[in-house]
Design a protein around this ligand. Structure first.
Ligand SMILES: Nc1ncnc2c1ncn2[C@@H]1O[C@H](COP(=O)(O)OP(=O)(O)OP(=O)(O)O)[C@@H](O)[C@H]1O
Ligand SMILES: [Mg+2]
Length: 311
């Protein structure tokens, strides 16, 4: 292995479920070591299917997956031991204690007991004071953190988080992301799915968008937001307008919250944003304003737009 080889390589991966439904259609994707990769897509797009195939829980129909160069089917024991999975569905041994279930998870991968490691993991997830609790007695958000503790028990190189913060309160969500960032700093590669797109915006280095089983886009997050993001210039007018004068038609202006707010959308990548000519056209039309601000579209808006376009 060279240092630049991807930690996960997915080649022509396809999945047809019994009954003939094509959940994944020839996916190709490399995940680099140490990155946080966010997989976005609407319900039923194929995110969980993809993750579960990499983790060896669902069988693929075509193609192959390599984890650190090992084949996910032929060398399953090696690949699985390098992977931690926090599944979308809550499944925990409800009558076990937090400590026992986490320790057992480590043992499953043939790793010798390491109480210090487990202590660090439980503390980082604020579960230390609950370590002797039976899982049944925990709240929903705590159960989700137990799933993360279990996934980290055997010190995986790659961590999959399938909607880890669904149903988790805002404060805890922030805590969990701190844990994830800390893991990345310690060299763990993270692949996550989320429906909270601002979470991907905050966390991810790269974004993949999957729709109807096809990977429709893979892009560096900052680049994506620069390229697809639109900016808006919002002008607060001195006097509300009855209508937008015809002399401004070419700018495709709209009203904001009311007729005293004019909104001009422009492409951040364009050579000419058109702002200078807009301002002179406004002055010619004798439209005065007392305030200007700009807004930039969020990843959420970009995402909704993308998926709508592909439908
Ligand atoms: N065991 C199965 N048998 C048949 N079809 C399945 C099975 N599991 C999933 N599917 C179908 O495959 C498609 C993809 O499902 P998947 O769970 O991968 O979506 P997802 O992107 O994770 O969605 P969500 O955001 O809702 O979690 C869906 O249409 C689903 O109904
Ligand atoms: Mg899913």
């Amino acid at each position: 292995m060279t240092a630049t080889a991807p930690v996960i390589r997915i080649e022509n991966l396809g999945k047809t479920y019994a009954g003939g439904f094509d959940a994944l259609k020839s996916i190709n994707l490399d995940i680099d070591e140490g990155e946080i990769f966010a997989l976005l897509g609407p319900n039923g797009a194929g995110k969980t299917t993809l993750i579960n195939i990499i983790c060896g829980i669902v069988t693929k129909t075509t193609g192959k997956v390599l984890v650190n160069g090992f084949d996910s089917v032929g060398e399953f024991r090696q690949t699985r031991s390098m992977i931690g999975l926090v599944p979308q569905e809550l499944t925990t041994e409800t009558f076990e204690s937090v400590w026992a279930t986490t320790a057992f998870s480590r043992g499953l991968f043939g790793k010798p007991p390491d109480p210090d490691h487990l202590e660090r993991v439980l503390k980082s997830l604020s579960l230390w004071d609950k370590k002797d609790n039976i899982i049944m007695t925990l709240s929903g958000g705590m159960k989700r953190r137990v799933l993360i503790a279990k996934a980290l028990a055997h010190e995986p190189k790659v961590l999959f988080l399938d909607e880890p913060t669904a149903g988790v309160d805002v404060e805890l969500r922030q805590d969990m992301w701190d844990v994830v960032r800390g893991l990345r700093e310690s060299g763990v590669t993270i692949i996550l799915t989320t429906h909270y797109i601002e979470e991907a915006e905050q966390m991810a280095d790269r974004i993949g968008v999957i729709n109807h089983g096809e990977l429709i886009l893979v892009q560096d997050k900052n680049k994506l937001m620069r390229e697809l993001g639109r900016k808006q210039l919002i002008l607060n007018l001195d006097e509300p307008l009855n209508e937008i004068p015809a002399s401004l038609d070419s700018f495709d202006l709209g009203f904001g919250n009311d007729a005293s707010e004019l909104v001009y959308s422009y492409d951040t990548q364009a050579e000419h944003t058109g702002i200078t000519s807009l301002l002179s056209a406004l002055s010619r039309a004798d439209i005065r304003f007392h305030d200007v601000k700009t807004t930039q579209s969020s990843l959420e808006e970009i995402f909704v737009d993308l998926v709508k376009r592909i439908k």
